[in-house]
Design a protein around this ligand. Structure first.
Ligand SMILES: Nc1ncnc2c1ncn2[C@@H]1O[C@H](COP(=O)(O)OP(=O)(O)OP(=O)(O)O)[C@@H](O)[C@H]1O
Ligand SMILES: [Mg+2]
Length: 413
Protein backbone atom coordinates (compact mmCIF):
# COMPACT_ATOMS: atom_id res chain seq x y z
CA UNK A 1 0.00 0.00 0.00
CA UNK A 2 1.31 3.43 -0.83
CA UNK A 3 2.08 5.67 2.12
CA UNK A 4 0.08 8.87 2.48
CA UNK A 5 2.10 11.93 1.45
CA UNK A 6 3.08 14.19 4.34
CA UNK A 7 3.46 17.94 4.29
CA UNK A 8 5.09 20.47 6.59
CA UNK A 9 4.07 24.12 6.93
CA UNK A 10 5.98 26.99 8.50
CA UNK A 11 4.19 30.25 9.30
CA UNK A 12 6.16 33.37 10.24
CA UNK A 13 3.83 36.08 11.54
CA UNK A 14 6.13 39.10 11.31
CA UNK A 15 5.41 42.62 12.50
CA UNK A 16 5.39 43.94 8.93
CA UNK A 17 5.05 40.80 6.78
CA UNK A 18 3.56 37.34 7.30
CA UNK A 19 5.12 34.50 5.34
CA UNK A 20 4.26 30.84 4.99
CA UNK A 21 6.07 27.97 3.28
CA UNK A 22 4.69 24.51 2.60
CA UNK A 23 6.85 21.51 1.76
CA UNK A 24 6.30 17.88 0.88
CA UNK A 25 8.23 15.55 3.14
CA UNK A 26 9.90 13.02 0.84
CA UNK A 27 10.56 9.44 1.88
CA UNK A 28 14.22 10.15 2.53
CA UNK A 29 13.22 13.01 4.86
CA UNK A 30 14.16 15.74 2.37
CA UNK A 31 11.61 18.49 1.83
CA UNK A 32 10.41 19.85 -1.51
CA UNK A 33 8.73 23.25 -1.33
CA UNK A 34 5.31 23.13 -3.01
CA UNK A 35 3.92 26.54 -2.07
CA UNK A 36 4.54 29.79 -0.27
CA UNK A 37 2.76 33.02 0.56
CA UNK A 38 3.72 36.53 1.62
CA UNK A 39 1.23 39.17 2.80
CA UNK A 40 1.45 42.42 4.80
CA UNK A 41 0.81 41.96 8.52
CA UNK A 42 -1.57 43.87 10.76
CA UNK A 43 -2.26 43.90 14.47
CA UNK A 44 1.25 43.23 15.80
CA UNK A 45 3.57 45.45 17.78
CA UNK A 46 7.28 44.62 18.26
CA UNK A 47 6.64 41.01 17.21
CA UNK A 48 3.68 40.51 19.55
CA UNK A 49 0.04 39.89 18.55
CA UNK A 50 -1.84 42.86 20.01
CA UNK A 51 -5.41 42.27 18.82
CA UNK A 52 -7.43 39.39 17.43
CA UNK A 53 -9.30 41.02 14.55
CA UNK A 54 -6.66 41.55 11.85
CA UNK A 55 -4.05 38.80 12.49
CA UNK A 56 -6.52 35.94 11.77
CA UNK A 57 -7.38 37.56 8.46
CA UNK A 58 -3.68 37.90 7.64
CA UNK A 59 -3.02 34.26 8.54
CA UNK A 60 -5.97 33.11 6.45
CA UNK A 61 -4.94 35.19 3.40
CA UNK A 62 -1.35 34.00 3.62
CA UNK A 63 -2.35 30.34 3.91
CA UNK A 64 -4.79 30.73 1.05
CA UNK A 65 -1.92 31.91 -1.17
CA UNK A 66 0.04 28.79 -0.19
CA UNK A 67 -2.95 26.57 -0.90
CA UNK A 68 -3.58 28.20 -4.28
CA UNK A 69 0.00 27.55 -5.30
CA UNK A 70 0.25 24.00 -3.97
CA UNK A 71 -3.32 22.85 -4.60
CA UNK A 72 -3.23 21.42 -1.07
CA UNK A 73 -4.92 22.30 2.17
CA UNK A 74 -2.87 23.63 5.06
CA UNK A 75 -4.50 22.79 8.40
CA UNK A 76 -1.53 22.72 10.76
CA UNK A 77 1.70 24.66 10.93
CA UNK A 78 4.61 25.43 13.18
CA UNK A 79 4.40 29.14 13.94
CA UNK A 80 6.92 31.72 15.16
CA UNK A 81 6.70 33.45 18.50
CA UNK A 82 8.47 36.77 18.84
CA UNK A 83 8.89 39.61 21.32
CA UNK A 84 11.30 40.72 24.01
CA UNK A 85 9.55 38.44 26.54
CA UNK A 86 11.24 35.41 24.96
CA UNK A 87 14.12 34.10 26.98
CA UNK A 88 16.24 31.14 27.91
CA UNK A 89 17.47 30.00 31.29
CA UNK A 90 20.00 27.41 32.39
CA UNK A 91 18.56 24.87 34.80
CA UNK A 92 19.80 21.75 36.54
CA UNK A 93 18.39 19.05 38.76
CA UNK A 94 19.10 15.73 40.41
CA UNK A 95 16.98 12.65 41.14
CA UNK A 96 17.55 9.24 42.69
CA UNK A 97 16.61 6.52 40.24
CA UNK A 98 16.88 3.44 42.46
CA UNK A 99 19.40 0.73 43.09
CA UNK A 100 22.78 0.55 41.38
CA UNK A 101 21.83 -1.80 38.55
CA UNK A 102 18.75 0.22 37.59
CA UNK A 103 18.48 0.92 33.86
CA UNK A 104 17.56 4.53 33.02
CA UNK A 105 14.15 4.54 31.36
CA UNK A 106 11.76 7.11 29.85
CA UNK A 107 10.13 7.76 33.19
CA UNK A 108 13.47 8.69 34.77
CA UNK A 109 14.25 11.02 31.89
CA UNK A 110 10.93 12.82 32.23
CA UNK A 111 11.30 12.96 36.02
CA UNK A 112 14.75 14.53 35.84
CA UNK A 113 13.44 17.12 33.35
CA UNK A 114 10.62 17.98 35.76
CA UNK A 115 13.05 18.19 38.66
CA UNK A 116 15.37 20.50 36.70
CA UNK A 117 12.53 22.87 35.76
CA UNK A 118 10.57 22.75 39.03
CA UNK A 119 10.08 26.20 40.53
CA UNK A 120 12.56 27.91 38.18
CA UNK A 121 10.23 29.29 35.51
CA UNK A 122 7.50 31.72 36.66
CA UNK A 123 3.94 30.44 36.32
CA UNK A 124 2.95 33.04 33.72
CA UNK A 125 5.52 31.70 31.29
CA UNK A 126 5.09 28.89 28.82
CA UNK A 127 7.93 26.44 28.27
CA UNK A 128 8.59 26.18 24.54
CA UNK A 129 11.41 23.66 24.69
CA UNK A 130 14.05 22.12 26.88
CA UNK A 131 17.53 21.60 25.42
CA UNK A 132 19.56 19.07 27.45
CA UNK A 133 23.29 19.85 27.56
CA UNK A 134 24.40 16.84 29.51
CA UNK A 135 23.21 14.13 31.81
CA UNK A 136 25.37 13.13 34.73
CA UNK A 137 25.02 9.57 35.95
CA UNK A 138 26.53 8.71 39.35
CA UNK A 139 28.91 11.65 38.96
CA UNK A 140 29.93 10.71 35.40
CA UNK A 141 29.19 13.74 33.18
CA UNK A 142 29.05 14.48 29.44
CA UNK A 143 26.31 11.95 28.70
CA UNK A 144 24.03 12.93 25.82
CA UNK A 145 21.61 10.01 25.92
CA UNK A 146 21.43 8.14 29.23
CA UNK A 147 18.59 5.84 28.15
CA UNK A 148 19.42 2.20 28.99
CA UNK A 149 22.50 3.06 31.10
CA UNK A 150 22.93 1.83 34.66
CA UNK A 151 23.04 4.11 37.68
CA UNK A 152 21.44 5.27 40.92
CA UNK A 153 21.70 9.05 40.73
CA UNK A 154 20.78 11.05 37.63
CA UNK A 155 21.54 14.74 37.10
CA UNK A 156 20.68 17.03 34.19
CA UNK A 157 22.03 20.36 32.96
CA UNK A 158 19.73 21.98 30.42
CA UNK A 159 18.46 25.16 28.82
CA UNK A 160 14.77 26.06 29.00
CA UNK A 161 13.31 28.33 26.33
CA UNK A 162 10.18 30.12 27.52
CA UNK A 163 7.82 32.96 26.60
CA UNK A 164 4.97 34.84 28.26
CA UNK A 165 1.95 32.50 28.21
CA UNK A 166 -0.70 35.11 27.24
CA UNK A 167 1.38 36.13 24.20
CA UNK A 168 1.70 32.50 23.15
CA UNK A 169 -2.06 32.05 23.56
CA UNK A 170 -2.75 35.06 21.35
CA UNK A 171 -0.60 33.64 18.54
CA UNK A 172 -2.50 30.34 18.78
CA UNK A 173 -5.85 32.16 18.87
CA UNK A 174 -4.92 34.25 15.82
CA UNK A 175 -4.06 31.04 13.97
CA UNK A 176 -7.20 29.21 15.06
CA UNK A 177 -9.42 32.10 14.00
CA UNK A 178 -7.50 32.05 10.70
CA UNK A 179 -8.41 28.34 10.26
CA UNK A 180 -5.03 26.97 11.20
CA UNK A 181 -3.85 24.89 14.13
CA UNK A 182 -0.49 25.95 15.55
CA UNK A 183 1.24 22.61 16.05
CA UNK A 184 4.10 24.26 17.91
CA UNK A 185 5.55 27.71 18.55
CA UNK A 186 9.22 28.47 18.01
CA UNK A 187 11.12 31.76 18.50
CA UNK A 188 11.99 33.40 15.16
CA UNK A 189 15.79 33.28 15.51
CA UNK A 190 15.83 29.60 16.51
CA UNK A 191 13.64 28.78 13.52
CA UNK A 192 15.81 30.83 11.14
CA UNK A 193 18.90 29.02 12.42
CA UNK A 194 17.41 25.72 11.23
CA UNK A 195 17.44 27.06 7.66
CA UNK A 196 20.83 28.76 7.83
CA UNK A 197 23.30 27.47 10.43
CA UNK A 198 25.33 24.31 9.83
CA UNK A 199 26.09 21.72 12.51
CA UNK A 200 29.79 22.56 12.25
CA UNK A 201 29.06 26.24 12.97
CA UNK A 202 26.87 25.25 15.93
CA UNK A 203 29.70 23.13 17.23
CA UNK A 204 32.29 25.93 16.93
CA UNK A 205 30.11 28.73 18.32
CA UNK A 206 27.87 31.03 16.27
CA UNK A 207 25.07 33.59 16.64
CA UNK A 208 22.13 33.82 14.25
CA UNK A 209 20.59 37.29 14.16
CA UNK A 210 17.16 37.80 12.58
CA UNK A 211 16.83 41.49 11.75
CA UNK A 212 13.14 42.20 11.31
CA UNK A 213 11.08 45.32 10.94
CA UNK A 214 10.43 45.87 14.65
CA UNK A 215 12.62 43.29 16.41
CA UNK A 216 16.14 41.93 16.23
CA UNK A 217 16.38 38.43 17.66
CA UNK A 218 19.38 36.26 18.36
CA UNK A 219 20.03 32.58 18.90
CA UNK A 220 23.49 31.56 20.14
CA UNK A 221 24.87 28.06 19.55
CA UNK A 222 27.98 26.47 20.97
CA UNK A 223 29.15 22.89 21.43
CA UNK A 224 26.38 21.89 19.04
CA UNK A 225 23.52 23.17 21.22
CA UNK A 226 21.40 26.27 21.62
CA UNK A 227 22.94 28.23 24.50
CA UNK A 228 20.85 31.39 24.55
CA UNK A 229 18.04 33.22 22.83
CA UNK A 230 16.78 36.77 23.25
CA UNK A 231 15.06 39.60 21.41
CA UNK A 232 15.96 43.30 21.09
CA UNK A 233 12.69 45.21 20.51
CA UNK A 234 14.13 47.49 17.81
CA UNK A 235 14.15 46.83 14.07
CA UNK A 236 14.62 48.24 10.61
CA UNK A 237 11.29 50.11 10.58
CA UNK A 238 12.69 52.25 13.37
CA UNK A 239 15.27 53.50 10.85
CA UNK A 240 12.45 54.37 8.44
CA UNK A 241 10.43 56.15 11.12
CA UNK A 242 13.45 58.12 12.32
CA UNK A 243 14.23 59.17 8.75
CA UNK A 244 10.64 60.33 8.30
CA UNK A 245 10.75 62.34 11.54
CA UNK A 246 14.17 63.90 11.14
CA UNK A 247 13.88 64.62 7.40
CA UNK A 248 10.27 65.78 7.86
CA UNK A 249 8.96 63.51 5.15
CA UNK A 250 6.34 60.72 4.96
CA UNK A 251 7.26 57.11 5.84
CA UNK A 252 6.81 56.02 2.23
CA UNK A 253 9.57 58.36 1.04
CA UNK A 254 11.70 57.57 4.09
CA UNK A 255 11.43 53.85 3.20
CA UNK A 256 12.54 54.56 -0.36
CA UNK A 257 15.53 56.50 0.94
CA UNK A 258 16.46 53.57 3.15
CA UNK A 259 16.04 50.89 0.48
CA UNK A 260 17.70 52.77 -2.38
CA UNK A 261 20.28 55.04 -0.80
CA UNK A 262 21.03 54.20 2.81
CA UNK A 263 24.24 52.40 3.67
CA UNK A 264 26.03 51.48 6.86
CA UNK A 265 29.31 52.90 5.51
CA UNK A 266 29.00 56.44 6.73
CA UNK A 267 30.55 59.61 5.36
CA UNK A 268 31.33 58.05 1.99
CA UNK A 269 29.46 60.55 -0.15
CA UNK A 270 28.34 64.18 0.02
CA UNK A 271 25.88 63.95 -2.84
CA UNK A 272 22.30 64.91 -2.05
CA UNK A 273 19.67 62.18 -2.21
CA UNK A 274 16.87 62.94 -4.63
CA UNK A 275 13.51 61.17 -4.68
CA UNK A 276 11.01 61.85 -7.45
CA UNK A 277 7.24 61.63 -7.10
CA UNK A 278 5.54 62.56 -10.35
CA UNK A 279 6.73 66.05 -11.11
CA UNK A 280 7.83 66.70 -7.55
CA UNK A 281 11.40 66.30 -6.45
CA UNK A 282 12.49 65.83 -2.85
CA UNK A 283 16.08 66.53 -1.89
CA UNK A 284 17.80 65.28 1.28
CA UNK A 285 21.25 65.82 2.71
CA UNK A 286 23.34 62.66 2.67
CA UNK A 287 24.96 63.59 5.97
CA UNK A 288 21.60 63.84 7.70
CA UNK A 289 20.51 60.44 6.37
CA UNK A 290 23.80 58.89 7.50
CA UNK A 291 23.40 60.29 11.01
CA UNK A 292 19.90 58.90 11.43
CA UNK A 293 20.79 55.44 10.10
CA UNK A 294 23.94 55.27 12.22
CA UNK A 295 22.14 56.26 15.43
CA UNK A 296 19.56 53.47 15.07
CA UNK A 297 22.02 50.83 13.91
CA UNK A 298 24.18 51.67 16.89
CA UNK A 299 21.21 51.12 19.18
CA UNK A 300 20.34 47.81 17.51
CA UNK A 301 23.86 46.40 17.75
CA UNK A 302 24.34 47.72 21.28
CA UNK A 303 21.24 45.67 22.11
CA UNK A 304 22.71 42.62 20.39
CA UNK A 305 26.02 43.10 22.20
CA UNK A 306 24.24 43.38 25.54
CA UNK A 307 22.59 40.02 24.89
CA UNK A 308 25.94 38.51 23.85
CA UNK A 309 27.45 39.75 27.12
CA UNK A 310 24.52 38.48 29.13
CA UNK A 311 24.92 35.06 27.50
CA UNK A 312 28.68 35.07 28.20
CA UNK A 313 29.62 35.15 24.50
CA UNK A 314 30.85 38.72 24.06
CA UNK A 315 33.75 38.54 21.52
CA UNK A 316 33.67 34.80 22.04
CA UNK A 317 32.03 33.26 18.97
CA UNK A 318 34.56 31.77 16.51
CA UNK A 319 31.99 31.62 13.68
CA UNK A 320 30.75 35.13 14.52
CA UNK A 321 27.27 36.37 13.70
CA UNK A 322 25.13 35.43 10.72
CA UNK A 323 22.54 38.03 9.73
CA UNK A 324 19.16 37.26 8.11
CA UNK A 325 15.77 39.01 7.92
CA UNK A 326 14.73 41.97 5.77
CA UNK A 327 16.72 44.39 7.93
CA UNK A 328 19.97 42.59 7.03
CA UNK A 329 19.59 43.84 3.45
CA UNK A 330 20.71 47.35 4.37
CA UNK A 331 23.82 48.05 2.30
CA UNK A 332 27.16 47.37 4.07
CA UNK A 333 25.46 46.37 7.30
CA UNK A 334 27.90 43.51 7.88
CA UNK A 335 30.87 45.92 7.84
CA UNK A 336 29.26 48.12 10.48
CA UNK A 337 28.08 45.18 12.60
CA UNK A 338 31.58 43.69 12.68
CA UNK A 339 32.98 46.87 14.19
CA UNK A 340 30.16 47.15 16.70
CA UNK A 341 30.17 43.60 18.04
CA UNK A 342 33.86 42.85 17.45
CA UNK A 343 33.07 39.53 15.81
CA UNK A 344 33.11 38.16 12.26
CA UNK A 345 29.78 39.01 10.61
CA UNK A 346 28.31 37.60 7.42
CA UNK A 347 25.04 37.74 5.54
CA UNK A 348 23.11 34.61 4.63
CA UNK A 349 20.02 33.40 2.87
CA UNK A 350 18.38 29.98 2.67
CA UNK A 351 20.08 27.74 0.11
CA UNK A 352 19.73 24.28 -1.35
CA UNK A 353 15.95 24.30 -1.23
CA UNK A 354 14.15 21.96 -3.58
CA UNK A 355 10.94 22.78 -5.47
CA UNK A 356 9.37 26.15 -6.19
CA UNK A 357 12.10 27.95 -4.42
CA UNK A 358 13.57 30.88 -6.38
CA UNK A 359 11.42 33.53 -4.71
CA UNK A 360 12.01 32.32 -1.20
CA UNK A 361 15.80 32.04 -1.20
CA UNK A 362 15.94 35.41 0.50
CA UNK A 363 17.09 36.40 3.99
CA UNK A 364 13.57 37.46 4.99
CA UNK A 365 12.26 33.94 4.29
CA UNK A 366 14.78 32.19 6.58
CA UNK A 367 12.37 32.07 9.55
CA UNK A 368 9.39 30.70 7.59
CA UNK A 369 11.59 28.04 5.95
CA UNK A 370 13.10 27.08 9.30
CA UNK A 371 9.60 26.80 10.76
CA UNK A 372 8.69 24.42 7.95
CA UNK A 373 11.70 22.25 8.86
CA UNK A 374 10.63 22.44 12.49
CA UNK A 375 7.12 21.40 11.50
CA UNK A 376 8.47 18.29 9.78
CA UNK A 377 10.47 17.43 12.89
CA UNK A 378 7.55 18.00 15.26
CA UNK A 379 5.36 15.76 13.12
CA UNK A 380 7.90 13.00 13.62
CA UNK A 381 7.63 13.57 17.36
CA UNK A 382 3.83 13.79 17.15
CA UNK A 383 3.86 10.35 15.60
CA UNK A 384 5.60 9.20 18.72
CA UNK A 385 3.04 11.12 20.82
CA UNK A 386 5.71 13.47 22.00
CA UNK A 387 5.21 17.05 20.92
CA UNK A 388 1.46 16.96 21.60
CA UNK A 389 1.88 17.52 25.28
CA UNK A 390 4.65 20.05 24.84
CA UNK A 391 2.44 22.31 22.83
CA UNK A 392 -1.25 21.61 23.24
CA UNK A 393 -1.23 21.09 26.96
CA UNK A 394 1.47 23.60 27.40
CA UNK A 395 0.90 25.60 30.54
CA UNK A 396 3.43 25.13 33.28
CA UNK A 397 3.05 21.79 34.90
CA UNK A 398 3.23 20.89 38.54
CA UNK A 399 6.49 19.29 39.58
CA UNK A 400 6.77 15.83 41.16
CA UNK A 401 5.31 12.71 39.61
CA UNK A 402 2.61 14.41 37.62
CA UNK A 403 4.92 17.07 36.20
CA UNK A 404 5.34 18.43 32.73
CA UNK A 405 7.50 15.66 31.36
CA UNK A 406 5.85 12.89 33.36
CA UNK A 407 2.53 13.72 31.72
CA UNK A 408 4.21 13.97 28.38
CA UNK A 409 5.52 10.49 28.91
CA UNK A 410 2.13 9.08 29.97
CA UNK A 411 0.65 10.39 26.77
CA UNK A 412 3.48 8.76 24.90
CA UNK A 413 2.79 5.36 26.44
N1 LIG B 1 16.96 46.29 0.74
C1 LIG B 1 16.66 46.64 1.98
N2 LIG B 1 17.46 47.50 2.67
C2 LIG B 1 17.17 47.87 3.91
N3 LIG B 1 16.12 47.42 4.61
C3 LIG B 1 15.29 46.55 4.00
C4 LIG B 1 15.52 46.12 2.67
N4 LIG B 1 14.55 45.25 2.34
C5 LIG B 1 13.73 45.16 3.40
N5 LIG B 1 14.17 45.94 4.41
C6 LIG B 1 13.54 46.16 5.71
O1 LIG B 1 13.33 44.91 6.34
C7 LIG B 1 12.23 45.03 7.24
C8 LIG B 1 11.30 43.85 7.07
O2 LIG B 1 11.99 42.68 7.43
P1 LIG B 1 11.18 41.35 7.80
O3 LIG B 1 10.21 41.07 6.73
O4 LIG B 1 12.21 40.32 8.11
O5 LIG B 1 10.42 41.85 9.11
P2 LIG B 1 9.23 41.15 9.92
O6 LIG B 1 9.49 39.70 10.01
O7 LIG B 1 7.91 41.55 9.36
O8 LIG B 1 9.38 41.86 11.35
P3 LIG B 1 9.74 41.25 12.79
O9 LIG B 1 10.58 40.03 12.57
O10 LIG B 1 10.48 42.34 13.50
O11 LIG B 1 8.43 40.95 13.43
C9 LIG B 1 11.53 46.33 6.91
O12 LIG B 1 11.84 47.29 7.91
C10 LIG B 1 12.15 46.73 5.58
O13 LIG B 1 12.23 48.13 5.39
MG1 LIG C 1 10.55 38.46 11.30
Amino acid sequence: MEEKARFAVGLDIGTSTTRAVMGKIERDGKITVVGYGEVPSEGLRRGIVKELMSPPRVVDTCLRAVEDMSGLEANDATVNINGSHIGSAKVDGMIAVGVTDHEINDEDISRIADAAIAGKIPANREILSLVPYEYILDGQGGIKEPFGMHGARLELRANVISALAPDCDNVRKACEAGNLRARALEPSAIAAARAIVTNAQKENGVGLVDMGSATTSIAIYDEGELQFTGVVPIGSNDITNDLATVLKTVPEIAEEIKLRFASAKFGGSDKDIVIKRGRDEYRFERKEVDEVVEARLEEIFEGVRKLLKHAGYDKRLPEGLILVGGGSKLRDIEVYAREQVELAVRLAKPEGILGVSEDIMKPEFATAIGLMYADAEYQENDNRGFRESLNTDKKQKKPKGDGFFSRLLKKFK
